[in-house]
Design a protein around this ligand. Sequence first.
Ligand SMILES: Nc1ncnc2c1ncn2[C@@H]1O[C@H](COP(=O)(O)OP(=O)(O)OP(=O)(O)O)[C@@H](O)[C@H]1O
Length: 662
Amino acid sequence: MNWTEALIESGIWLIQAYSITLVVVTFCIGLLARRTVWGRQFWALAAGYFSPRRSWKPLATLALILFLTLCAVRLEVLFSNWYNTMYTALQDLDESGFWGAMLLFAILATIHVLRSLFDFYVQNAFTIRWRVWLNEKLLGNWLDKQAYYRSQYLDTPVDNPDQRIQQDITTFAEMSLSLCMGVINALVSTFAFTLILWGLSGPLSIFGVEIPRGMVFLVFAYVLIATVFAIKIGRPLILLNFLNERFNADYRYALVRLREYAESIAFYAGEKVEGAILRSRFANVINNAWAIVYRSLKFLGFNFSVSQAAVVFPFIIQAQRFFSKQISLGDLMQTAQAFGRLQDNLSFFRNAYDDFATYRATLDRLTGFTKAIGDARALPEPEVLAEGPRIALQRLTVRTPSGTPLLKDLDLEVLPGEPLLIRGPSGSGKTTLLRAIAGLWPYCEGRIIRPEHEALFLSQKPYLPLGSLREALYYPQRLPDDTSHTPADIQHQEQAALASTHRVPSNLDDLISGVQARPRLSQQSNATLSNQGQPGNHDDESVTLDGRAADMLRLVQLGHLADRLDQAADWGRILSLGEQQRLAFGRLLLARPDAVFLDEATSAMDEGLEDAMYRLVHEHLPDTILLSVGHRSTLFAHHSRQLILKGDETGTWEITETDLLR
Ligand SMILES: Nc1ncnc2c1ncn2[C@@H]1O[C@H](COP(=O)(O)OP(=O)(O)OP(=O)(O)O)[C@@H](O)[C@H]1O
């Protein structure tokens, strides 16, 4: 074999193979995207990323990956030829030929290693960027128009959205690329090795019938029959894999709920009930896992047997020609190697069947998720307008999802200094009216006029975000010193980066426990930030902010927490409900919104505290429009009017005047 010629041939082969593959792949993707369900699903998820109008980089990277994949195939062919050269040199006792083959191997191996590493990097960079884009797209759509909330009103609410965002996106990006390149590699390689085997194989006699180049036909027939059986045996794995993801997610969700509602469950001593639910969900996981094991035993058993039989097959068939000296040892070895490669390539579809099954389940889940987001965003929205500092409801009708009216044709205007109390029996629709005003409730007609952004809704159980008390106090505003990049966060990001470049952390346990236990923003680290005079230094701001936050805590009778402002903790669990409700009043006083809606926001306070909180609102926010929902008669004194919902399924209501206490 002339290796200089082989080099030139390889160059030509690469150009030809690249051009043909590019055309065929584009055509096939177009065809699959039109003709198959999963092709359409793939395209709906991927089209945006690959649009050249958005960026040319993804397509260019894909073209590079395709080139590297073809290089891999060509290298395999060269290695195959090298086998022939080397074994022929051995058979001929040609020492210089043997050492020449060794040198050649060193060159080929170096190219192979460099190509593999470069390919690894490019493929991983590609999937990471794709993941980032997909995550941003799905997360953005999920948060936009409050789809994460409104999706609960769909006929079939989407299950486990967290899994779909966090896990399925990764699987989708990684498997799309690996399966696509796997198929291309298998097909091109099949073509290349068929040519090699074609050149090496002789006539084959089966039951007295002589078949020219019989080996080639035999390997195709062998793999084809094996594939048909494998698909039959492996088919149930598609459903089993889908169920595996579903059952695991359900089990995880039940565990998360146990953590979330730990106290309520503990008060009820509900461990038995929770335990039964958890065990039954885990039993689903395990039963399914066993089903996967038994099915895989059959599937893998078949695959292993087929692969093992293929090892000796070419030797048995070529033995006759070798012993009669029609072919050399090199030819025999290359035949075995080419047969093996061909068998591997053709078996790709059989072996990757399992992966295809997982991939299709992922596609189904992601498609279902994007559809649910679309449906949630398409749910009817009430007409909410912003017309100055007032709240006006015009012919507003609010219904339950089943169509029963909670409120019919309500006309009402609320101005600053004229607080309104909404009352009515439990279940009459008080909270739902607030949902409608917030634009969250899809089942309503009429017009809603309210200040556009500057409205704050405080519920009975205030939401406290993860992080420090200060962050909880300012929520949903962002603090001036961006706490998502605290020194502790930056330090851990740096450590992770360091570990990825040149060394692993000396003590991994310390690092992990450090990540879990680290404070989000300590007093000390705050001071460090200020002292270092970094860009975006908020020295003055943080001093006043600190003062304001502490003063505010004292104002809402939470002075005992003033020195824990920067302590990161699960404040939703530590603070009593009454304390959380007072913290929410602090939040309200700091935010100074144009309108505030208090939904039983003082239910856990005693009457004295409730009175004090309302007085603070009247005193500090005289220009804020106030609407409250509540049952207590002590609230009458703080509201000049009352809207009373009758709760009689006809949607009747009544407005009465009360004496405002000032
Ligand atoms: N997501 C939902 N799906 C179906 N029905 C709902 C949903 N949310 C509320 N409802 C129904 O709407 C009605 C009004 O509920 P709402 O929470 O507004 O009552 P409420 O007057 O605030 O009650 P309470 O005083 O007990 O807090 C109830 O019958 C409730 O079951």
